[in-house]
Write a protein that binds this ligand. Structure first.
Ligand code: AMP
Ligand code: ZN
Length: 488
């Protein structure tokens, strides 16, 4: 079965042909480690974890590179003095590298919680300053970049004059860009407002700075990904991924830098994961419309009615295709939990099934497997794959009720395939005996008893319930809509 991947560059599903047969080089833009990752960020990284797992399951040897942006990521307004790291160091009264370390550790912890596999290489921007300076020099030598007042900019107009096409990924028309862009960053320094920084001169307030041929400064955000991806995967590599919002300008700039440096497109397949929304709005730190992963897992939030195990969150995410928007809600999480419990129950039941070789079955294992692989190879269609897994679940329960039959060989095959899809490809984890659900029910009983005690003015008992639970790390919170709990 041939693997098809939707390529954002051509806006088509294409048959995947790796550069080196059987091998895949994949680069995914990592986090900017100046604060905690929110659940939206997790969705993008989880989408690519599923793609990484799928590629390996399909037999590819993958080199997966995901960077850490620990320098040079300006704010959206492009003002150097609003650099995210600089701002956070002031706020937290920490050294820049303390900020970097703190949030890198947090990032790893969060991804581990959701059972994401680590990439093969996790390079940092600060660890590749030399490479970024070299690339900048090369771009100047080739006439694609110019120095201005200690900063170096990429010359977008020059790039287009040479027949290259800035805007090819985001499908933006260059003339439109020239007409509509205001010069916010590097006022007066650039030839054209859409020229982007390869190297920025450090202002006195800028603590993270390095020596360069153009004086003290720091690298531009777009350049780091070109430096690190091509260093570890080659001048042209197979897959580049990231969230949809990175298409422009970040990935557009990466294409321009790659082509200008090496006369070749840097990436064969561009993959973009869609956004997680909450209240139908994109999850984002800047608007305040976000939830931290730990808040969902502990229940310390006002949005979900109870805490959810990380694997349920993972399952919920994978029930949407990576290219579709997913709106996270209490109902979606509750439905995912229900589905997950049934899936796990089927895995358990399957282990106790005995084969019956004599009778014919109405379920064709070969056909079912085929459909599963069709879904997986059709641009990593996880929701369709999961729907097929539930056909097997139905069959397993029918087997358990002696309403269906299975041969010895098929039974072994079903076990192997189902386990591989659930645990290796989807990356779900078996939650012990659905403890979560039992704990939830038990706590609801205790909350009810405490309410009754309070009503009958038995405050000694109601306080005792609250304090004893707190001693066990369970905090009761009284709100307008009743009492909820937080697992600390
Ligand atoms: P950042 O640390 O801001 O560079 O973001 C890290 C990754 O999270 C990028 O690939 C973004 O595209 C992605 N991202 C940001 N917000 C969301 C969201 N609401 N849903 C999904 N991915 C997101
Ligand atoms: Zn990047």
């Amino acid at each position: 079965m041939q693997l098809k991947i939707y390529n954002s560059l051509t806006a088509e599903k294409e048959i995947f042909k790796p550069i080196l047969d059987g091998n895949v080089g994949m680069y995914v833009c990592g986090p900017t480690v100046y604060s905690n990752v929110h659940l939206g960020n997790v969705r993008t990284f989880l989408s690519f974890d599923f793609i990484y797992r799928s590629l390996m399951h399909l037999g590819y040897k993958v080199r997966y590179v995901r960077n850490i942006t620990d320098a040079g990521h300006l704010t959206d307004d492009g003002n150097v003095d609003n650099d995210r790291f600089v701002k956070q160091t002031r706020l937290e009264k920490l050294e820049p590298m303390e900020i970097v370390q703190k949030y890198t550790v947090d990032f790893h912890k969060v991804l581990e919680m959701f059972n994401l596999l680590p990439p093969n290489i996790e390079p940092t921007a600060t660890g590749h300053i030399v490479e970024q300076i070299e690339l900048t020099q090369k771009l100047i030598e080739r006439g694609f970049a110019y120095e201005s007042n200690g900063s170096v900019y990429f010359d977008v107009l020059e790039y287009n004059k040479r027949g290259l096409n800035y805007g090819e990924l985001s499908k933006r028309n260059i003339e439109e860009l020239f007409a509509n862009t205001r010069d916010l960053d590097g006022q007066g320094e650039k030839k054209n407002p859409q020229d982007f920084a390869l190297w920025k001169k450090a202002s006195p307030a800028h603590i993270m700075r390095w020596n360069s041929p153009w004086g003290e400064g720091f690298p531009g955000w777009h350049l780091e990904c070109t430096a690190m991806s091509t260093k570890y995967l080659g001048e042209t590599f197979d897959i580049h991924g990231g969230g949809m919002d990175l298409k422009f300008p970040h990935h557009e700039c990466e294409i321009a830098q790659g082509k200008a440096c090496n006369d070749a497109a840097p990436v064969n397949y561009w993959m973009h994961a869609n956004m997680l929304t909450m209240n139908s709005q994109r999850m984002s730190k800047s608007t305040g419309n976000y939830i931290l992963p730990m808040q969902l897992v502990t229940g310390d939030n006002d949005f979900f009615e109870k805490p959810f195990h990380p694997t349920i969150v993972r399952f919920c995410f994978l029930q949407a295709h990576y290219r579709s928007v997913l709106d996270i809600s209490n109902d979606a999480m509750m439905a995912s939990e229900k589905g997950f419990v049934r899936l796990m129950e089927a895995v358990k039941v399957l282990n106790a099934i005995t084969p019956n070789d004599e009778k014919q079955s109405g379920f064709s294992l070969a056909e079912w497997k085929n459909k599963c692989y069709e879904a997986l190879t059709d641009d990593f269609n996880s929701p369709i794959l999961i729907a097929h897994l539930f056909e097997a679940v139905k069959y397993i329960f029918a087997l358990n009720d002696d309403k269906e039959t299975v041969s010895t060989q098929d039974l072994e095959d079903l076990k192997t395939t189902l386990n591989a899809f659930i645990f290796d490809v989807l990356g779900l984890q078996a939650v012990e005996e659905n403890n979560n659900e039992k704990l939830d029910q038990t706590l609801k009983v205790l909350i009810e008893l405490r309410n009754q005690a309070r009503k009958s003015k038995n405050f000694e008992l109601s306080d005792q319930i609250r304090d004893k639970l707190l001693a066990e790390g369970i905090e009761l919170k009284d709100g307008r809509d009743g009492t909820s709990y937080v697992l600390n």
